[in-house]
Design a protein around this ligand. Structure first.
Ligand SMILES: Cc1cc2nc3c(=O)[nH]c(=O)nc-3n(C[C@H](O)[C@H](O)[C@H](O)COP(=O)(O)OP(=O)(O)OC[C@H]3O[C@@H](n4cnc5c(N)ncnc54)[C@H](O)[C@@H]3O)c2cc1C
Length: 382
């Protein structure tokens, strides 16, 4: 396998690199991510990237995308991370909402929703998890009652990232109770400004209120807002999750290599580089981060073949989340007493935020089950 970029890919990389260095906004870390100031600046940044043709790189041109390949997307992601450029605001719309509409939407839905996702005019959130349905999504209880030309939705979602600023929600609801709980689900695109939708923030260990609870009380949703077929929402939800892990996975390997390099630099700066335990740890992290990158290339090859991310996305997400927790813990450790005060020698936020990595987008236990069953062909756990 050849890991060198082709001439046209090198040209694209150089173009992106030059554009980012000329246009990248200043560092906005440290601003509470629930604040309007943060949201507005990230929205403006995404709009600027969109106007330059760097958002929706793999999306079809007729819906506002660039119509390029996954390799270009990977190159762009890497350059963003190397430049330490801020992420676009609409991460869930770009990573999941758009791709799932492209896969399951009607032509009218594609025309209506895709372009405002790219330009960040409309932010999306993902209403899957509930107080009694997380890893086992099929246990969800939010009801969609059929009233002819519309549904009436009642229920509660939780841990909904960006719900406080979202215009649209990918909402999985139960329309009918069936013997198999995966049957009878209906996937709706819900306007978060509809009467009866209430969003309450939840504060995380970092102090940020990145996610929320959403309460739905007699919310009217027209049937034109069904994504896929009524009662067949499970398939649409699975497409969404494959994209969640795949898109996330693709961006993680470079990030891991940068964290490992930051750690090595910190060890040198603090004179801890000669400590054999510290050296061995950093060497292991560096090797694992590089292995992640090679797995990322395999994921891209699979996506090129099949059009949707395969289980490789789950490998990347699983390995990265555990590696990232170990690396941020080592960062706090290498800092010594400075790791316990102020910003923890630059590691405090990353260390605290990393605790969620092994839960969000599928817990490590659940991802191991997926890999055991779908990659290794072992018997189902239940
Ligand atoms: C930062 C963050 C952002 C999030 N954003 C969103 C969002 O935008 N939208 C959304 O819908 N959700 C979101 N979530 C929720 C996330 O998807 C769930 O937390 C996750 O799926 C786990 O579900 P749960 O919390 O209900 O835990 P549970 O499913 O109750 O799991 C509890 C424990 O049991 C283990 N477990 C469960 N089932 C099995 C099994 N079959 N085999 C072995 N072990 C098992 C789990 O690994 C875990 O350790 C977010 C979570 C976090 C932390």
């Amino acid at each position: 396998m050849n890991f060198e970029l082709s001439e046209s890919e090198l040209e694209f990389r150089d173009e992106v690199r030059a554009w980012l260095s000329a246009n990248k906004p200043g560092d906005d870390r440290g601003i509470d991510i629930a604040q309007k100031e943060f949201i507005d600046s990230r929205r403006a940044w995404q709009k600027k990237m969109y106007e330059a043709g760097y958002v929706g790189i793999t999306w079809p041109k007729e819906y506002g995308g660039r119509g390029a390949g996954f390799m270009e997307q990977l190159i762009f992601n890497d350059e963003m991370i190397l430049a330490k450029a801020p992420e676009p605001i609409n991460v869930l719309g770009l990573g999941m909402g758009g791709p799932v509409i492209i896969a399951h939407g009607t032509e009218a839905q594609k025309q209506r929703y895709l372009q405002p996702i790219l330009s960040a005019e409309e932010i999306w959130c993902q209403g899957f998890s509930e107080p009694n349905a997380g890893s086992d999504l099929s246990g969800l209880q939010t009801r969609a009652e059929d009233r002819g030309d519309h549904y009436v939705v009642n229920g509660q979602k939780v841990w909904t990232t960006l719900a406080h600023v979202a215009k649209w929600c990918m909402l999985v609801t139960r329309e009918r109770k069936e013997a198999n709980p995966r049957d009878g689900l209906t996937y709706l695109l819900v306007d978060m400004e509809s009467p009866g939708v209430e969003v309450r923030p939840l504060v995380q260990i970092t102090g940020d209120a990145e996610f929320n609870e959403i309460f739905f009380k007699d919310v009217k949703v027209p049937k034109t807002q069904i994504l896929g077929e009524a009662g067949k929402g499970w398939d649409v939800a699975i497409t969404t999750l494959l994209h969640e892990r795949g898109t996330l996975g693709m961006a993680l390997a470079t990030r891991a290599q940068i964290t490992a390099a930051d750690l090595a630099q910190q060890a040198r700066r603090l004179g801890r580089g000669s400590d054999p335990l510290v050296r061995q740890k950093i060497a292991r992290f560096t090797i694992e981060a590089r292995a992640l990158q090679l797995t990322g290339y395999r994921a891209v090859s699979a996506m090129k073949r099949n059009g949707i991310p395969g289980p490789e996305g789950s490998i990347l997400k699983l390995m990265w989340s555990e590696l990232n927790q170990q690396m941020t813990e080592a960062g706090v450790d290498v800092a010594g007493p400075a790791g316990q005060v102020g910003d923890g020698d630059g590691w405090k936020y990353a260390f605290l935020r990393s605790r969620a990595n092994t839960i969000e987008a599928g817990t490590s236990e659940v991802l191991r089950n997926i890999l055991a069953e779908r990659v290794l062909g072992l018997p189902r756990s239940r």
